[in-house]
Design a protein around this ligand. Structure first.
Ligand SMILES: Nc1nc2c(ncn2[C@@H]2O[C@H](COP(=O)(O)OP(=O)(O)OP(=O)(O)O)[C@@H](O)[C@H]2O)c(=O)[nH]1
Ligand SMILES: [Mg+2]
Length: 447
């Protein structure tokens, strides 16, 4: 459901390329796309609005980090805001002992499976868990739980003859205590839709067993409907947490964001498959990455922050402004880009670009450029105009390339220098035209 967010973000953020400072104007469109994407992914309009406002506050006025595209920097900010939003409230389970957990949710959301999964997990954490089949409407549900309990070696209680759910709850607690269990998990019945009878029944059970946790088991693939369900359950039962199931497969976890934002109930666990082992404590940062679908943009930005020396970058910018930028500086820039990995791997980490192929041999071209500059003497790098035919041949031999490549590089560099001088002389418009003209010709790799 968040695929569209990824695509739209990718598009909107691509338009930010070349922007030096993130401003209200140049961000407006991108943020509008973020909002639209959130809305179309069934996020409540208030949540979407507040979220975008928060991101905007952080983004506007930030200098663009050297070495990352402004769009990527925005992705990082969106990511961090998502983590904050998803992570508010504790995602830890109550530490009470004995621990009593009530599982509620719609039909087929994964209550019975999650009951066994949670039992298994708590057993690993040193508890002696006991699971209770309190679904009196489907005998098969009780059998299902019993099989899972056997398989995971958990205590088990059910009363197949009783229709009195609260009484079953009380009897189960007695049985659990007698068996020396210190954790009881109640699996309850679901309905196709939330209805008054179901809520009434669970409310009574809740009153009788006084659980430490009331966990709503919600199908992660549901959209807006999941939010309504969660709201209704929360109003009736004061939920203490959520278990989002079926986050394996294509689900992007959009429901997670909506439910969490609307109800304020923290997500505590996620189900990622049919097996009892497919169950994890919830991690806001992983979920944020999943919702964004931004591959590794976030780590790319972090890497760039680490790798690219801010001071160094400022010095470069100053040189560029004064038109003192020479091939030596250019080489240093190339090497900075290289620290991020190959051009293709850098591209892969960018939103919307992962499928894009660099023109054949872009990395090779970059390597050639580097080799050419390295074959020059410091004097030549500083004053390329002294490079006559024989020097160029020597450099080509040294770099293992053809002399035309050396000529090409020098020509492009000359054009760039011209532009820098124009810029220095205030001919910004003229420079823009020049740049437009150059764009078609490939320009410098890595610039
Ligand atoms: N892929 C996947 N399937 C799951 C997950 N959790 C549960 N299921 C499957 O979803 C189906 C329903 O799961 P149950 O645990 O029976 O759901 P329930 O909420 O107890 O259903 P009722 O008792 O009928 O209300 C089963 O086929 C489970 O195997 C999950 O995290 N991933
Ligand atoms: Mg069930």
């Amino acid at each position: 459901m968040f695929e569209s967010l990824t695509d739209k973000l990718g598009q909107a953020l691509r338009n930010l390329r070349g922007v030096g400072k993130l401003s209200e104007e140049n961000m407006a469109e991108a943020l509008k796309e973020v909002r639209t994407a959130l809305l179309s992914a069934d996020v409540h309009f208030k949540v979407a609005r507040e979220f975008v406002e928060k991101v905007q506050q952080q983004v506007v006025g930030q200098d663009v980090l050297k070495g990352v595209a402004p769009g990527q920097q925005v992705v990082k900010i969106i990511h961090d805001e998502l983590v904050k939003l998803l992570g508010e409230g504790t995602t830890n389970l109550s530490t009470a002992r004995p621990l009593k957990v009530l599982m509620v949710g719609l039909h087929g959301s994964g209550k019975t499976t999650s009951t066994a999964k949670l039992g298994r997990l708590l057993k690993k954490r040193g508890y002696r868990p006991f699971v209770v089949g309190a679904d009196i409407y489907r005998p098969a549900a009780i059998d299902q739980l019993e099989i899972l309990a056997k398989q995971e070696e958990l205590g088990f209680y059910a009363d197949r003859n009783s229709k009195d759910v609260p009484a079953i709850g009380v009897a189960a607690q007695g049985a659990a205590q007698a068996a020396g269990a210190d954790c009881v998990i109640f699996d309850t019945a679901g309905r196709l839709q939330i209805d008054a009878d179901l809520i009434e029944e669970v409310k009574k059970l809740r009153a009788r067993v006084q659980p430490d946790e009331v966990l709503l088991v919600a199908d992660g693939a549901l959209g807006q409907e999941a939010v309504n369900v969660a709201k209704a359950f929360h109003e009736a039962l004061q939920l203490t947490g959520l278990i989002l199931t079926k986050l394996d497969g294509d689900t992007r976890g959009g429901a997670a964001l909506s439910i969490k934002a609307v109800t304020g109930v923290p997500i505590k666990f996620i189900g990622t498959g049919e097996k009892t082992a497919d169950f994890d404590q919830f991690h806001p940062d992983r979920m944020a990455q999943r919702i964004l679908g931004m591959g590794d943009v976030v780590s790319l930005v972090e890497k760039a922050q680490e790798v690219i020396d801010q001071k160094e970058a400022e010095k470069m910018a100053e040189k560029l402004k004064k038109a003192e930028f020479d091939l030596e500086d250019f080489l240093a820039q190339l090497q900075q880009v290289k620290k991020l990995g190959s051009m293709q791997s850098v591209l892969k980490m960018m939103p919307g670009m992962s499928g894009m192929e660099l023109p054949e041999g872009a990395d090779k071209q970059m390597a050639h450029t580097e080799a050419i500059i390295k074959s020059m003497t410091p004097q030549e790098r500083h004053r390329p105009e002294i490079l006559n035919g024989s020097r160029r041949q020597r450099i080509a031999n040294g770099a293992g390339v053809k002399i035309v490549e050396v000529n090409q590089l020098l020509k492009q560099f000359q054009q760039m220098q011209k532009m820098m001088k124009m810029f220095k002389g205030g001919g910004a418009k003229k420079m823009m035209r020049q740049m437009e003209a150059m764009r078609g010709k490939g320009g410098f790799p890595g610039m």
